[in-house]
Ligand binder design. Structure first.
Ligand code: HEC
Ligand code: HEC
Length: 419
């Protein structure tokens, strides 16, 4: 069977199954969150995830944000040597979803940065890469990475163009043994020849692969949230009373704005700096023989040793944060302040995904984080009452961008390998 007819066969099969299962194709949504695993301990648990075959996406005008950034965000910084073009974005999007970029054709960027899960992963605290190997940090969102000067939780990389080589080469992510191997593989794939020529006038190489992926990521800009329409747009009805009070808590009693910055012109919700809130300290100091409950399948929970070094074979699974980049003792357990835009879509939270919900995060701050010798001075018990906490949560949930769904739908329209 030719590839094309095989594909239409699969499509037909998928919609026939849908008809059988739900009685109507329209009952199947094209997007939607993955599993939050609520009720996972029961054997009759039902998944929320749509199958790959049943997803239907609509392409978005991805370049629109370059001409005019969404409300609440500054112009998108574009490096002089990699201007954004439609051809590069198209190519980068195809690469992002292509599992053939991994050593054994199993892992794509999009499998850890899942579009409908806020371009992060809702289902796993720590991602799983090639051959089932664990990764030691939580997958951050790709929304608004265009604005980051320092990439990764510890800020060890400085451009999207360079960053791509870390997952491509990590032996627990995409598992390629060298840059050359990746370049040769992509050169050998016929369906890329024309797209690279159109985008760069040259073939796949170390620069063009990074530039294409970076161009796609750079346009995943998401703002114009209910908060933005209220604060920057002057629409008094755009934000609930509770979320408005929550913003006050965020700015005053909660001290949040000290690190998750908001200015009069725009809000990145990050100062781009590194801070110790105690999350990393807590994980490092956890006793090695502590047992963890791991939900293996609906209704099946196993207790395992928490010592990850034993299960992953990675010698240093412990995490010292920014210290690993600078070697400065004061940088122990510091992590880059993450943005809070679209934060309602990106559970679980913190660099190790250790806090499952936004409520858990707010309670963590209210307790004063986890005290340690290098705790950030802004982190201290806050004395928030129940109403403050609910208001703060309403505020955090009001930060979802109006185009977030459109970007997910566009991702679902992306060709996946070979097409
Ligand atoms: C196996 C899971 C996995 C795969 C595959 C993966 N990533 Fe990631 N990604 C992560 C994790 C985990 C981090 C954070 C790592 C850290 O901070 O040390 C991350 C961080 C990033 C960041 C930095 C975001 C920020 O806030 O600093 C970008 C950008 C990114 N990935 C893009 C990509 C691209 C492009 C690909 C494909 C070439 C890819 N990722 C493949 C898990 C993955
Ligand atoms: C001292 C600086 C600082 C202050 C003050 C602060 N944060 Fe944070 N915030 C951080 C850092 C750093 C992280 C990442 C920690 C990690 O990854 O371990 C973070 C993580 C978060 C996250 C998780 C985001 C994600 O994607 O994982 C949320 C939500 C959050 N903060 C909300 C708040 C709120 C609400 C307040 C006020 C009550 C607050 N923060 C105060 C620095 C700060």
């Amino acid at each position: 069977m030719s590839l094309i007819s095989y594909r239409s066969f699969l499509r037909g099969f998928a919609s026939a199954t849908l008809l059988l299962a739900s009685g109507a194709v329209s009952a199947q949504t094209t997007q939607g969150p993955g599993d939050d695993r609520e009720g996972y301990e029961r054997a009759d648990y039902q998944t929320n995830s749509a199958s790959l075959m049943s997803r239907r996406g609509i392409e978005a005008d991805l370049l629109a944000v370059i001409a005019s950034p969404p409300l609440g965000l500054p112009p998108v910084p574009i490096p002089a040597d990699n201007p954004v073009t439609a051809e590069k974005v198209q190519l980068g999007r195809k690469l992002f979803f292509d599992r053939r970029l991994s050593a054994n054709n199993t892992v794509s960027c999009a499998m850890c940065h899942i579009a409908e899960q806020g371009f992060s992963q809702n289902e796993l605290r720590l991602p799983v890469g090639i051959e089932g190997k664990s990764v030691r940090r939580n997958a951050p969102t790709i929304y608004n990475t265009a604005y980051l000067d320092r990439l990764f939780h510890d800020g060890r990389e400085i451009s999207l163009e360079n960053q791509v080589w870390a997952p491509l080469l990590a032996d627990n992510e995409m598992g390629n043994v060298s840059i050359g191997v990746v370049i040769e593989r992509i050169r050998s794939l016929d369906d890329y020849v024309e797209q690279f020529a159109n985008a760069f006038d040259r073939g796949p190489d170390m620069q063009t692969i990074g530039m294409a992926l970076a161009s796609y990521e750079r346009v995943l800009v998401s703002g114009d949230s209910p908060f933005d329409r209220w604060f920057y747009g002057g629409n008094v009805d755009a934000l609930s009373q509770s979320a408005q009070r929550g913003f006050e808590v965020f700015r005053s009693k909660g001290r949040c704005v000290g690190c998750h910055s908001v200015t009069q012109e725009f809000a990145l919700f990050s100062d781009g700096q590194f801070h110790n809130t105690g999350v990393g300290y807590f994980a490092t100091m956890r006793p090695d023989d502590e047992q963890l409950e791991v939900p293996l399948a609906p209704g099946r929970i196993e207790r395992v040793e928490s010592d990850l070094t034993r299960t992953t074979g990675t010698e240093n699974f412990r995490d010292l944060g920014r210290y690993e980049v600078t070697g400065l003792p004061d940088d122990r357990w510091k992590y880059r302040t993450p943005t809070l835009r679209n934060v309602a879509l990106t559970a679980p939270y913190m660099h190790d995904g250790s806090l499952p919900t936004l409520r858990a995060v707010v309670l963590f701050y209210n307790r004063g984080g986890v005290p340690n010798e290098v705790l950030d001075p802004l982190i201290a018990p806050l004395g928030l009452n129940d109403r403050d906490i609910d208001d703060l949560l309403a505020f955090l949930r009001s930060l979802t961008g109006s185009n977030a769904d459109a970007l997910v739908s566009d991702a679902h329209a992306a060709p996946i390998g070979g097409s």
